[in-house]
Ligand binder design. Structure first.
Ligand code: FA5
Length: 342
């Protein structure tokens, strides 16, 4: 019997040497040390031996079982180490290779223009006042001196929500009323940037959503000269010191008097080209002195206070500055366009 044991241990050790992966090792374990394994069976065989043979057999069989268990543990550990070393070789990183440069994001051209506008007006003492995109019909129209059925509403058709009287704003002007109601009776000098929405034909110059930057100054003794000075200074700071600016009489229900502001065409220097329709002038914004009705709706007594307001389209300004021919590029999400900025 003891000889059989010696053969068993030798066979087991040889088999263990050739078990070189996890699966072979686990098969080895069940065929020698498992419940029906050969070493386990050899231990069980103790009971069937004649009494005098049992002590020597028992000692040896236990030794062998421990030896095999230890050998198993050692082999499992060795295989694990070997796998780790292999993984290091396979996944080796060549730290001397040049890295992959991260592609930094950049600001959208509309955002860049907006920030340029904020900077210029900040230097003139204007704060940014945020107003909401979803507005009431009252603020977008009625309180701006356009009661229901006023013909000027036709120019600014919009998108309606399912809640009666709640719409997407067509311009940033309703923010004038909000700012006045918040600041009364303090003097005001704010710009109001943000998205506006119009139900209109999309063309190279017109989108159904676009930014506007409104300006509002309210105080005592504010005159048309303040409006002109502010706008001429703004136009020269954003487009260049030598620019010519002209004011052309116009009409907005919420300003009186009202004007459109034109600048000499940046592309042809006023000589006349396709972009300025051969007039030599480009329109950049609407403006005027705040209408007394609007001042009153904002809480300010028009006998004591006056103010000016203006509204411009930053995408149109960016188009002029960068020679962009179609406003649809702004929201088209085409990287070939967006990557040209910044
Ligand atoms: C207005 O919206 C007035 N609220 C501006 C104003 C404010 C006048 C305060 C007086 C006092 P208008 O509809 O012209 O006016 O729009 C102003 C500017 O918004 C335009 O000059 C243009 O730059 C821009 N804009 C208007 N419609 C579009 C459009 N569909 N797509 C892109 N930009 C537009």
């Amino acid at each position: 019997m003891l000889e059989q044991l010696e053969r068993l241990v030798q066979e087991a050790q040889e088999a263990l040497q050739s078990a070189n992966d996890d699966q072979a090792l686990s098969e080895w374990r069940s065929s020698y040390l498992g419940r029906k394994g050969k070493a386990t069976e050899a231990v069980k065989a103790l009971g069937s031996l004649p009494r005098e043979e049992r002590p020597a057999y028992g000692r040896r069989v236990n030794e062998i079982k421990r030896t095999l268990e230890d050998a198993y543990e050692a082999k499992a550990e060795a295989l694990k180490k070997q796998a780790q070393v292999q993984a290091l070789v396979v996944d080796q990183v060549d730290v001397s290779l040049p890295g992959r440069p991260p592609r930094p994001g950049r600001l959208h051209p509309a955002t860049r223009t907006l920030r340029e506008i904020y900077d210029i007006f900040a230097e003139m003492g204007f704060q940014v006042y945020r107003s909401r995109d979803v507005e009431t019909d009252d603020l977008n129209f009625t309180l701006l001196n356009m009661p229901p059925h006023h013909p000027a509403r036709d120019m600014w058709d919009t998108f309606y929500t399912v809640t009666p009287g709640v719409i997407l704003r067509t311009h940033t002007s309703p923010g004038q009323i909000r700012a006045m109601r918040q600041y009364y009776p303090e003097p005001i000098r704010v710009i109001l940037p943000g998205m506006c929405y119009r139900y209109e034909q999309i063309t190279a110059r017109s989108e159904i959503m676009f930014n506007q930057v409104e300006g509002l100054a309210v105080g005592k003794d504010i005159t048309m000269a303040d409006l002109k000075g502010t706008i001429v200074d703004f136009a020269r700071r954003i487009f260049g010191a030598g620019r010519e600016v002209r004011f052309r009489a116009s009409h907005f229900p919420f300003t009186e008097p009202s004007a459109e502001v034109d600048m000499d065409c940046i592309l042809c220097d006023g000589a006349g080209c396709r972009v300025c329709k051969y007039t030599g002038w480009l329109e950049i914004m609407g403006c005027g002195m705040v209408h007394p009705v609007v001042l009153e709706n904002g809480g300010y007594d028009p006998e004591q206070y006056s103010g000016f307001a203006f509204g411009m389209g930053p995408e149109r300004i960016a188009m002029l500055k960068h020679g962009i021919e179609d406003i649809r590029y702004f929201w088209g999400n085409d990287l070939r366009f967006l990557e040209q900025f910044g």
